[in-house]
Write a protein that binds this ligand. Structure first.
Ligand code: NAD
Length: 266
């Protein structure tokens, strides 16, 4: 896997990706920005979209456009713009997402709706609009979360990411006959502005439960997304890949194994 420095300076384009045109949502910062850097370093022509007025980080060679993923008219405007520019989209990365940390006892229906609009309806609109321009061999990557593989406590976020899994499966089924692949990545704790706003205790607890013993980087996720966009993953569709240092692989058994190891040493 390439680290950020290599990805941004690499001039050897990755096989099966050079010349593709990719749209990345939530691209102003964090994982989305890294996905833009990796994809453009691999030779793709990238359109980065986000709510923000401009990029907050380096996006490689990506072109930037303001777009709210919850706004159907904004998606229609993007599609019209892309049609004028050659009319093809080979990849869509539905990365934009918001969290909301209220637990079950305190969550408000309005918060549930707001989070669903970005995390579920946003990707649905992106798929509906971009699929119009997608030729056979195109790829859609949805960015889920390990919250979608577990009962993570922030209920609006967790249930929205579970819904995104369902949307991904339906899209893989519906678009497969057109040769369009749809896959989902499930990041664990990744160092981004989103996790920077969480408590230190949350970060430490994540490291404790992660077999690789560290948090993830945006490059860990972007390298996987780039693989799923490329033709190197040409027979993968409907899959879900955790990129979480092994966190969800042990189903809570790590603390038991660690306790046993400690006991054996006594
Ligand atoms: P981030 O908050 O750093 O960046 C998210 C970006 O999405 C921001 O630039 C924001 O402006 C944009 N965005 C929010 N609402 C939008 C909208 N309506 N339209 C367009 N853009 C919008 O987050 P991140 O950590 O880089 O997360 C990226 C994705 O990865 C999200 O879907 C998130 O749920 C998921 N994820 C993150 C982690 C993590 O540990 N960081 C873990 C699991 C999943």
């Amino acid at each position: 896997m390439k680290r950020r420095d290599e990805a941004t300076t690499n001039t050897d384009h990755q096989p099966g990706i050079a010349g593709k045109r990719a749209v990345v949502t939530g691209a102003a910062r964090g994982q989305g920005a890294a996905e833009c850097r990796h994809l453009s370093a691999a030779g793709a022509s990238v359109v980065a979209v986000d709510l923000a007025d401009g990029p907050e980080e380096d996006l490689g060679d990506a072109a930037y456009r303001r777009l709210d993923v919850t706004d159907p008219a904004a998606w229609a405007g993007l599609v019209a713009h892309l049609r004028r520019q050659g009319g093809r989209v080979d990849a869509l990365v539905n990365n934009a997402g918001v969290t909301w940390r209220a637990r079950l006892g305190e969550v408000d229906p309005a918060d549930m709706e707001r989070v669903y609009r970005v995390n579920v309806i946003g990707p649905m609109l992106g798929i509906q609009h971009c699929a119009e321009l997608m030729p056979t061999g195109s790829s859609i990557v949805n960015v889920g979360s390990i919250a979608a593989l577990t009962g993570h406590a922030p209920v609006a976020y967790t249930t929205s990411k579970w819904a995104l899994r369902g949307l991904s499966k339906v899209a893989a089924l519906e678009l497969g006959p057109r040769g369009i692949r749809v896959n989902t990545v499930h990041p664990g704790y990744i160092e981004t502005p989103m996790t920077a706003s969480a408590s230190l205790a949350f970060r430490e607890a994540n490291v404790t439960e992660t077999p690789l013993g560290r948090t993830g980087t945006v490059d860990d996720v972007a390298a996987l997304v780039t693989f799923l966009v490329s033709d190197q993953s040409s027979y993968l569709s409907g899959t879900e890949i955790p990129v979480d240092g092994g966190m969800t692989s042990h189903g809570g058994v790590k603390s038991i194994a660690d306790a046993n190891r400690q006991a054996a040493r006594r």
